[in-house]
Structures are given as C-alpha cells and as structure tokens.
Write a protein that binds this ligand. Structure first.
Ligand code: ZN
Length: 484
C-alpha cells in the first residue's frame, strides 16, 4: 500500500482510548492505523505529540447577518482560517433565514459565501419564518441536500417562533430525521426586564447580564424539552449557560429524552463581572445567554466531566469593537442596542485542552469527544470525527507541552479583540489537516482559499435514547404516519 502521508510515532487519541501508533493517509482518507507504518511520500514525525481527530466546530456564525442586520466580521475565508489555527478541520456554521426569505434562496446565498472556506463545511439552517411552503417543501428539500439540523429561537422578536411554531418545526424535523436546535431563553421575561431597567436609566453593558436572568434560560430549556417530547422529536439545546439548565438536561436525558446539548468556553472562562469593565469595554462581553457567576463555572465543569454535554462549542459571533459591529448604534448605545456575541473559534480548543485536560478536569479522550467525535455523531458527519480507516484524514497534531499567552494576533480572524486576551494556555495544535492536506503548520497557513468542501450530513442517530411518546400524541393512531 502506498501512502501520501504517514504520521509517525505520536500518541493517537480517540474518544475511546489512546495508543502509540502511526496513521497512514492516502487520497485524503485515513487508510491505515497501526503500530508501525513504513513509507509515505511525506512522513510527519509526531514524537511527543498527540494525534487527534480535527476539531468540528458545530456552533459558529460566519458571514451571517443578525436579525438586526449586522454582518458578522468573519466571512468563510477568515472564519475558516481562524478555525484551522484553533485545531479545527471542519465546521458547521448557520445559514440564517430572515423573515420573508425562502430557504432555497438562503441556501444559495450561503453556498456562494461558503465557497471561500479552507476547511470542509456544512450548515445548520436557522428558521425564523415557518410558512406552509417552508414546512412542506423547502425544509424537506434542504434535508435532502444533507442539511439535517434546523435551529429555532425562543427569544428575539424577529426570530422567536412561539411554542406552536416550534412544534411545527419539531414535527417536520422529526418526520425527516433532522434534529432541531434551540436557543432557549424566555422572550417575555427578557423584554420585561429590559423595560424595568430602561425605566430606571440602567443601560450600561453590565445590565445586559441582569436583563437575561438565569430563570429565563431555565424556564425555556424546560419548555423546549416538553415541546420536543410532545411530538417525540430529537432536540439539541445550544449554549447552556446555567447550572439549573444543565441539571434539567441531565435529568431529562436520564429519563430517556432524545436530547443533546452543548456549553461554550465563555461561560466557563469569563463572568458577568467582565461586563463591568471600565467605559464601554464591557460591550466586548455581551453575548446571549449572558455570562454568569463563578459558581456557575464550577457547576458547568462538573456537567462537562459527567457527560451532560455532547459538545463544547465556541458560538463564534464576531462583531468588532467599533461602529461596524458592537457600536453600529453609536459608541454609547444602551446595552439592548449593542451587537450580541463574541469571537472564539480559534480559542475554543486550546482553551478547553488547557483548562480541561492539562488541569485534570477531563481526560484527553473526553476532549476528543467534546471537540469532534460527538458533534460528528450528533449532526451526522459520517466521515469525520474519528481516527479510523476509511474516515476523512481530518487530523490535528497537538504539542501538549507548549505554553503561550492568548493574543488577538494569534486568532487569525477579522476581529479587533479576543475575550480570552492574556490567558495563559498550555497545548497547541501544531499541524492541522483537512482531508489529508496540511492547512496549518507551526503557526503558518498552508491552505488555499476555497479548498474546503460542502458536506451533506446524515439524519440524526437517536439510538440509545428511547424517546418519550406523549399518550395523547400517537402519530400512528391519531394522525396517520406522515405529519404535516
Ligand atoms: Zn450562536
């Protein structure tokens, strides 16, 4: 057998275990994994290094307009380069439908944007306007294309679907085998809090955290799960930021719900105190759900270690600290008019490795599961997320000893700040490959614009989750087998 590349002498880590061995790559795929592999047009010495499946970033906003009309700072070129420097071989950003748009038009728009990516990509579809045409024709067409995850919002007036709209989406998704992702915060609680704060003139960035109470997330997570259970549909809760929210997820999973969830580094690395930095600097830390307290960080780490979350994702939502992003509505805008979101696609994995693996909170195997393998399984990336023969050669070679301080320059994105600035981390992805081609090597970019490919995904795999069938909702008995 001839190999294009052999990665030699490293410690291969999978979600299940680790071993000393070599990885042989041919035609973009992993062709062999063995104790020793000879040959290879190129041999990469991985002595002292960890050989991991390349990260899959399953939550990123790239070349996406917010519902308020603000374009994210990163397009598919800069966003994918930043992802690659952070140890990712592929990502699944969002393709966002805004009201009045057809899903077909949205996908065509993102196909044009995605063509610049240096890593492989797919989309989660955001649905904000579930018209009969969308539900009956456009979503099934998107699904047939391999877009097998639909995201909905319970908050933001221009995105929030209401419970009945969510049930419609959940039902269509279930019929086709798609998974519904949800941003869970109680919209009316947030709006009511906004009015109370505005009436008292409390509009500085720090009040953003007050305006979106932990209870708003906890209530919405609970409600979203009950909606999904009513129609026995798989559900993915994005960016869980509260201890109680995580507990609800854990309990419902234990009870058999077809439930998946993630949290994000910012809820573990930062607190609401960061929103109270001098002047308007707190605006850098405005994201939703908001940053919480130190006690929440400890609880979320516990849930990560115990398996409540499938993934730790970045929720990369890059809005610059200037009038193109955060301050589109003025340099002293009240917090509700400041763009929501922070960057993190390059920092996610180095931060999780350092704070998780190096500090002994999680194992290297858990790191692989949380950064890549689970996302592949949850979202149907059937050729990614594992180091095994036949899989895409999406691989990241990490030096687990290198220490560095996070700086904006190392993020390689289009941003002008990183919320992780100054943090000292240990562990660096030195070589990153997508389908066997080296795209980042020792801090320099080797990728070509547009070398990433769109990949369609398989239906969600609900095995191991028995589900819950509400007695009142029995599709076979009461509704016929196909729901509309
Ligand atoms: Zn997001």
């Amino acid at each position: 057998m001839t190999f294009d590349t052999v990665i030699h002498g490293g410690t291969v880590v999978t979600a299940e275990g680790q071993f000393q061995g070599d990885v042989g790559i041919a035609e973009g795929r992993i062709a062999a994994v063995a104790e020793r592999i000879e040959g290879g047009a190129r041999r990469i010495d991985a002595g002292g290094r960890l050989v991991l499946p390349g990260g899959i970033e399953a939550h990123a906003h790239i070349a996406q307009e917010s519902s308020a009309g603000v374009m994210s700072a990163d397009d598919y070129l800069s966003g994918s380069i930043s992802a690659a420097f952070g140890g990712n071989s592929s990502f699944i950003p969002f393709a966002a439908q805004h009201r009045g748009q057809s899903v077909d038009e949205v996908i065509a728009t993102y196909d044009a944007r995605g063509a610049r990516s240096v890593i492989d990509y797919s989309y989660h579809l955001i649905i904000s306007d579930p018209t009969p045409e969308v539900l009956q024709d456009q979503l099934p067409r998107a699904f047939a294309r391999g877009i097998t995850s639909f995201k909905v919002f319970m908050t933001y007036d221009l995105m929030n679907l209401g419970d009945a709209g969510m049930l419609d989406i959940l039902t269509v998704a279930r019929t086709h085998g798609a998974i519904t992702m949800v941003h869970a915060e109680n919209n009316d609680m947030v709006k009511w809090m906004n009015r109370q704060l505005a009436a008292r003139g409390l509009t500085a960035p720090k009040y953003h955290a007050i305006s979106r109470p932990e209870l708003a997330e906890e209530e919405a997570i609970h409600r979203a799960i009950q909606l999904a259970k009513l129609v026995d549909a798989p559900l993915f809760i994005v960016h869980v930021s509260t201890a109680r929210g995580a507990e609800i997820v854990r309990q419902e999973k234990f009870n058999g719900a077809r439930l998946f969830a993630e949290t994000c580094p910012q809820y573990l690395a930062l607190t609401r105190d960061d929103l109270d930095r001098p002047g308007m600097e707190g605006a850098k830390f405005i994201c939703s759900p908001p940053l919480r307290g130190a006690d929440t960080q400890a609880a979320l780490w516990h849930h990560i270690a115990q398996g409540t979350f499938e993934s730790v994702s970045s929720d990369h939502a890059p809005y610059r600290f200037d009038e193109t992003g955060k301050f589109l509505n003025g340099a002293d805008a009240p917090y509700p008019k400041i763009a929501n979101g922070m960057p993190g696609i390059a920092a996610r994995l180095p931060w999780l490795f350092s704070e998780g693996v190096v500090k002994g909170r999680i194992t290297a195997e858990q790191f692989v599961a949380l950064s890549s393998t689970n996302a592949a399984r949850t979202f149907g990336c059937t050729t990614k997320g594992q180091i095994a023969p036949g899989m895409d050669a999406d691989i990241a070679i990490w030096n687990p000893e290198t220490r560095r301080v996070v700086t904006q320059a190392d993020m390689h994105d289009n941003m002008d700040y990183t919320p992780f600035e100054g943090m000292e981390l240990q562990g660096v992805p030195e070589i990153v490959m997508t389908r066997g081609e080296v795209i980042v090597e020792h801090g320099s970019l080797k990728a070509r614009e547009g070398q990433g490919r769109f990949f369609g995904r398989a239906p969600v795999d609900p095995r191991g989750r028995q589900g819950y069938l509400a007695p009142e909702f029995d599709p076979a008995q009461n509704f016929g087998t196909v729901l509309r």
